[in-house]
Design a binder for this molecule. Structure first.
Ligand code: PEP
Ligand code: MG
Length: 760
């Protein structure tokens, strides 16, 4: 049964849609378990009943007709109890309920298991037997395993509207709601432009061959480009990778040659196949072979082969790519959009972004926020190619996308868009006013930035400086590490643009979810692995080049501070400080530059840093909390994983306690404390941080004026008591409730992104 299980799971995961998946499950289970009936009932939200959606064995006429209420019949009971029910003689059970339309009377034995996803019962999977049969534990385990798998498929269909369509039996032109994560706030309404995914190895079967000669030429051209690419990559990494790692590149090159993959592909082309088809088939076959291997090392190589396959295929497809046209309100949609989309389309035509992959804190989202483009990311199950030319609505406030929206819905979003525009225009007037509470408590509002593109917006919005320059961002857009001089030039541009305002530049923070294309890091557990300062201290040549470039760039501007990311212990901090001092000494004493020593800061992003904050504070000039990472590490919740997104909350009492502790530590050593995670840009979060004693808050430019408006409408004297209340509760829901209760004024609630209070 184990091999059956594997192959059913595989077939289900490859199925085109939910309906097909259900049909596969019922027919394969019926056969594998040798039962008379296998059926799936799914919860129909509209009618609040479990509807028979697919069956092998019961009358087909009953499909989408027969249904049971919650707690009704054995199916309803399985759902209510959220556990399997296994009966040798079903009829004798008090809950047994006869549904004549299913032709059920002939079946004696019953085994039903709930289909549960994220604690919600989505349906019930049932098998029945004509003759009396005692289903054993292994039968139960088999069904439970399948139902867990099916739950993921159903939840996915639900997220893309497929489930609603199936249970309601409505057509494909109905409004479809896609659920994702809010990458950047705002409403975008426009036409979908699909940014092609990396070449798809599964979609080449329809390519028409143009004769072996042309196809062979195309293939050889693509292979040559792949060779050159690998060689370039190898060259740019020389000195940074070990000989062992270099062997991997050699293996890639060998794979492409005529003795290996190349030979098989050419043979197929000579037999009449198109180059793209031949290549894709050979690659997929090899992947299958590697995926089936016992040794995990070899299994993982399948991923490398697929990567290589996609790259070569993309070279073959490049020539045939149609030229993209951008309508006035273009909504760019793609499998895994990256920051280069900002360069593809004129900014005035870009109305929104939607990406199947990515997260709220991904590079794309951070830049989209800085540029003010409504964005939704992490939309599971999004099939971009099907949306080309459709009118879509992007709700970047809540993380939804709508296709074929109803007239009513469209009007609702147009009104919201109008409201946003009005609010932004109102807020513009605050630009040159200080962030000060009504009772004169002053706080510095700074911006987080990465690219030069958002500098103008930041200054226009009245930023008092940069609280966090994510220096890795310009590294992403290159083919290799930038040289010291290249770095100096772009750091200079930034320091000049903000001068005399202060700029905090963070040293390279890669690893985790931030990989440089030319410095790949493959780890089992990247967030607990080689990231941030750990990488740069292991590569002092990278670190020194960067801090030298930063210091040289600050010449006669003197507005630079340097910040170290992901510090988890005192030795790391000591080493980082010593390296900067050494670089400064070399620049001033040996190379004759007259440069002031910049202020140095440590980021507080991991629990150990919270506990050691006071020791850190003794060694640097300021502390800056990275609440995005700190939340993920304190709560043990991956900041990028949509499955646990509900658990990720920077207002969790444990996180708030840590944040308060950090300010006390900084105060005790007489240095300043700031916060530069997303919490600072949340208007209510900002109020709590001010009450805690933070001196500066650094956020994306889009949030700055909203936060300022709320600060200017608040009284510092009322924030202390609010904080006291908040710090006294143990449940994050109660934290939100305290904040809800605190802001009553409708105008302020609008600023704080809170719902209107409705009175009945
Ligand atoms: C943080 O972790 O809060 C932070 C500001 O750094 P980043 O989001 O770049 O990891
Ligand atoms: Mg961080």
């Amino acid at each position: 049964m184990l091999s059956d299980l594997r192959s059913i799971v595989q077939q289900v995961s490859e199925a085109a849609d939910l309906e097909v998946s259900l049909d596969i499950i019922v027919s394969r289970v019926k056969r594998s378990m040798s039962v008379s009936v296998c059926s799936v009932y799914l919860y129909d939200e509209q009618n609040q009943r479990y509807l028979l959606m697919s069956t092998k064995g019961l009358s087909q006429k009953a499909v989408r007709k027969a249904s049971l209420g919650v707690g009704e019949g054995l199916v309803g009971l399985v759902a209510r109890r959220e556990e399997p029910i296994n009966l040798e003689i079903a009829e004798k059970h008090p809950s047994y309920r006869f549904l004549p339309e299913t032709g059920e009377e002939k079946y004696n034995s019953f085994l039903g298991v709930p289909i549960i996803h994220h604690r919600r019962v989505l349906g019930v999977l049932v098998v029945q037997q004509r003759v009396k049969r005692k289903f054993d534990e292994s039968d139960e385990a088999f069904l439970i395993t399948l139902s867990a798998q099916l739950a993921g498929v159903i939840a996915h269909a639900e997220s893309v509207g497929g489930l609603k369509r199936l249970t309601s039996g409505q057509g494909a032109d109905q409004e479809v709601e896609y659920r994702g994560l809010p990458g950047s706030p705002g409403i975008g309404i426009g036409t979908a432009v699909i940014i092609s995914p990396v070449a798809d190895l599964y979609a080449t079967s329809a390519v028409k061959p143009r004769g072996p000669k042309i196809e062979l030429e195309e293939f050889e051209g693509a292979v040559l480009r792949a060779h050159m690419h690998i060689k370039d990559l190898e060259r740019s990494l020389s000195g940074l990778i070990s000989d062992q790692e270099r062997l991997l590149f050699t293996a890639y090159v060998q794979m492409l040659d005529d003795q290996n993959l190349g030979k098989e592909v050419k043979a197929r082309i000579k037999e009449g196949a198109a180059a793209q088809t031949a290549w894709s088939e050979v690659i997929l076959q090899h992947c299958k072979h590697f995926e089936a291997m016992e040794d995990p090392y070899f299994r993982e190589r399948a991923v490398d082969i697929k990567d290589l396959g996609r790259r070569v295929l993309s070279y073959m497809q490049e020539k045939q790519d149609e030229k993209l046209e951008f309508p006035d309100n273009a909504i760019l949609i793609g499998e895994d959009l990256s920051a280069d989309v900002f360069g593809m389309v004129p900014p005035e035509r870009l109305a929104g972004l939607v990406s199947a992959k990515g997260s709220v804190n991904s590079h794309l989202s951070i830049l989209a926020r800085a540029m003010g483009i409504p964005t939704v990311v992490g939309v599971e199950g999004l099939r971009p190619s099907k949306l080309k030319g459709e009118e879509v609505i992007v709700d970047g406030h809540h993380g939804y996308m709508y296709v074929n929206a109803t007239q009513e819905h469209r009007q609702h979003f147009e009104a919201l868009q109008q409201e946003d525009a009005e609010l932004n225009a109102e807020l513009e007037q605050l630009r040159d006013l200080p962030a000060v509470t009504q009772d004169e408590h002053r706080i510095k509002l700074l911006v987080n930035t990465g690219l030069m593109a958002d500098v103008r917006r930041s200054i226009e919005r009245g930023a008092e400086g940069v609280g966090l320059f994510r220096s890795e961002v310009p590294f992403f857009t290159r083919q290799r590490f930038p040289t010291e001089e290249e770095q100096r030039q772009f750091y200079r541009e930034l320091l000049e643009a903000f001068s005399p305002r202060p700029v905090v530049m963070r040293t390279l923070d890669i690893g985790g979810d931030k990989a440089l294309p030319y410095f790949p890091i493959s780890e089992e557990n990247p967030f607990l692995g080689w990231r941030g300062i750990r990488i740069t201290l292991d590569h002092p040549e990278l670190f020194l080049a960067q801090v030298r470039a930063m210091m040289k760039a600050s010449y006669q501007l003197d507005n630079l501070s340097i910040l170290f990311p992901m510090i988890s212990g005192v030795p790391e901090l000591d080493m980082a400080v010593a390296l900067v001092k050494r670089a400064h000494k070399e620049l001033t004493e040996e190379e004759g530059f007259e440069i002031l020593m910049p202020k140095l800061g440590a980021m507080i992003e991991v629990p150990s840093a919270v506990f050691l904050a006071r020791d850190f504070a003794k060694r640097v000039d300021f502390l800056s909390v990275g609440s995005n990472d700190l939340t993920q590490y304190i709560l043990a919740v991956d900041r990028n994983n949509p499955r646990v997104v509900d658990l990720y909350d920077a207002m969790h009492p444990a996180v708030l306690a840590a944040l308060q502790h950090v300010v006390y530590a900084a105060r005790a050593e007489g240095i300043s404390a700031g916060l530069c995670g997303e919490l600072a840009g949340d208007p209510l979060g900002a109020l709590l941080l001010i009450a805690m004693g933070y001196d500066s808050l650094s956020m994306s430019a889009s949030n700055l004026l909203r936060v300022k408006a709320l600060i200017r409408s608040s009284k510092y004297s009322e924030l202390g008591p609010l904080l006291k209340k908040v710090l006294a509760v143990a449940d994050v829901a109660d934290v939100h409730q305290c904040l809800e209760d605190f802001v009553q004024d409708p105008e302020l609630r609008r600023l704080a992104n809170l719902k209107k209070i409705t009175t009945h």
